[in-house]
Design a binder for this molecule. Sequence first.
Ligand code: ASP
Ligand code: MG
Length: 417
Amino acid sequence: MPKLVMKFGGTSVADMACIRNAAEKIRREVERGFEVIAIVSAMSGRTNELVGWVNDASHTPGSNTPGFYDAREYDAVVSSGENVTSGLMALVLQEMGIEARSWQGWQVPVLTTSAHGAARIEDIPSDNLNAKFKDGVQVAVVAGFQGISPEGRITTLGRGGSDTTAVAFAAAFKAERCDIYTDVDGIYTTDPRITSKARKLDKIAFEEMLELASLGAKVLQTRSVELAMRYKVRLQVLSSFEDCPGTLVCDEEEIMESNVVSGVAYSRDEAKMTLVSVADRPGIAAAIFGPLAEAGVNVDMIVQNISEDGRTDMTFSCPIDDVRKASAAMEAAKEGGEINYHDLIADTDVCKISIVGIGMRSHAGVAQKMFAALAAEGVNIKVITTSEIKVSVLVDRKYLELAVQALHDAFDLDKAA
Ligand code: ASP
Ligand code: MG
């Protein structure tokens, strides 16, 4: 029998009514002839609550510095929300007359690395579940987000990790598709809260989704999209609450027609940091970005300005939350004599806007069109970066909405290809 993976996020299993609603969706697929692997998240808000308790139990009072706790116990506590929903879902399905059974990560087993709090899945042996399907189980309900380390301890995959659980199961069990049920009904050309012209896409290519996911479209965990792309798992994002087709995330070969630009993404909380007048010599970039990486600063865009008199300005962007770490790392490097600069300027009033589309590979003039649209609105561009399928700009945060709307209009994203 063909297999289908169905994943239900926290809002889709938020209470008993939601769990029953989700169970109905599962029943429908069973009746269509699928053996279903249902991956569930914790009830929405539950994981945050568990994290709060861990912090309360083990942080120095008044400190909110993470990392004080024993990460193995963090995982023991934080993984538990999914145990509850998987058992409840199995019970509700049984009440409907469906043969259902729950599995926690360690029972499957979902074998992971021992990087507690951010473990990676190494393997999911399929024998246990397949034996049960043979015995007549129709639905395997699996607790998302968790696995077991080589040491035999419970691990978690990082926040939002049940998406990754779902894709990994779809790959391991060669499922026909992986349906991600959530509280939005698909992937949009941009955030509908910013423009009512945002349009739901029927299909989007893995590469595009990866860019959009990492740019802050919070619908799918980035790692799950990477995994789906690697194993060519067709992913469908759809709503638990509305009965309409969602968006299929798939190989670009499956997409016949698409706009040159598929979507406009943004990330609100960016910062731009400039090291004024550093020596322009071999090794300077390594001397700057080495310490930043060691400090855990998530550097995104990098621009090195033209050098004058052997000195240059180096600008980079990072999440606003990393500014303090970045400044400290740069000051330490200056004190240690590894680098020298006249000034370190942090601009914390910027945001990043990006246009994404696989069509850019074969069309010239896309970046130019973007710049012209922003210019027409009087939006000044501070930093630009491009990749094969993306152009990103850093602009003042006050222009975020205006810039997104202008680009959505300029590329006619309200109209299908
Ligand atoms: N419950 C976990 C979290 O909130 C995993 C997930 O929902 O994907 O991060
Ligand atoms: Mg989630």
